[in-house]
Structure formats: C-alpha cells, structure tokens
Design a protein around this ligand. Structure first.
Ligand SMILES: [Zn+2]
Length: 175
C-alpha cells in the first residue's frame, strides 16, 4: 500500500470530521423536526392544518437518513451490519492486514515475535438491533506475523491491503 502524503491524510481526517459534524447536525435537525412535526400532527390531527406537520415529518426523515449516511462513523457501522434478523449479542471476526506504513509495533499472538506487518484478526462482540451494531460490548485484536499467518492459519487467504478496508478501520477507529 503506498503511503499517503501526510497532507492528504490530514485532509481525509478533516473531511471525516466535517462529515461527522454535518452528520450530527443533520441528525439533530432531523430529531427536532421530527418532534415538532409529531407534536403538530397530533395537535392538528384530522384537520387541514395537519399537512404542514406531516411535511415537516417527511423532511425530518430526510435529514435523519442523510445525517446517518454522511457521518463516516455511522456509515462504517452500517457497512459492518449483520443480517437484518440479528438482534442482541452478535460475535464477529474480521481479518485484515497490518501494514508497515501504519508504523505500529505489535507482537505476534502465536510466536510472540515483534512485528510491524502481518495479519490482524479482530474479534468483536456487539449489541445489535436489526443487524445494525448499536454498541460494542467487547473488542480485541490478535496479531499474527507473516510466517505464522501462512503456517498456522492456512484457511486465511493472503489479503491485499488495497482491497481490504479492515486495516484502515483498525487505524481510524482506535481512539
Ligand atoms: Zn508469529
């Protein structure tokens, strides 16, 4: 994976942050619109005055949906969703690549050697509703150096960091 110039990385972080702020603003606006629309709809129920609050309600759904979609963190969460029928605790494992460009030093879970690149397996236990992870109950990562990853875990195909978003998630979600 080519190392991004730091200016691009900074721009990415800033745009993530801006999208996050915009997302939360939209969600706030949507919630406010939803509440006032709902109040109005109840107040004017059955009369022609009900049209305005109903339109407000429709807009609030629009705000809420775009707020979720524009928010990078919520979007990542949606990308990680499970089957719609999943409710409650869901355990999941994803694997990704730790690349040298992340300049992290980890030790291999299997042989204990220090490694700067290799395989990452991330175990998560999340509380989900309709497949969408609401909050993470536990999360831990196992790291495997390149030789252990190929010898001990033959079931895992060698992954290409370019098309595997997990290694990026590892960086972006650690706070
Ligand atoms: Zn190892």
């Amino acid at each position: 994976m080519p190392t991004k110039p730091s200016s691009v990385e900074l721009a990415d972080t800033v745009s993530d942050l801006m999208n996050g702020i915009a997302g939360w603003l939209l969600i706030g606006l949507g919630t406010a619109a939803f509440l006032s629309g709902l109040g109005g709809a109840i107040q004017y129920a059955g009369t022609t005055g009900m049209v305005v609050p109903v339109v407000v309600l429709l807009f609030s759904f629009l705000f809420l949906t775009s707020g979720v979609l524009v928010n990078p963190r919520l979007r990542r969460r949606l990308d990680r969703r499970h089957e719609v029928s999943r409710f409650g605790r869901v355990q999941s494992v994803d694997s990704g690549v730790l690349s040298e460009s992340e300049s992290r030093v980890e030790s291999c879970t299997n042989c204990g050697s220090t490694m700067r690149q290799g395989l990452v397996r991330r175990y998560r236990e999340e509380y989900t509703a309709a497949g969408i992870p609401l909050w993470t109950l536990s999360e831990n990562c196992n790291f495997y150096c390149s030789s252990c990853a190929t010898e001990e875990l033959p079931g895992i195909p060698p992954t290409n960091p370019e098309d595997d978003p997990v290694s990026e998630r590892v960086v972006t979600e650690v706070e």
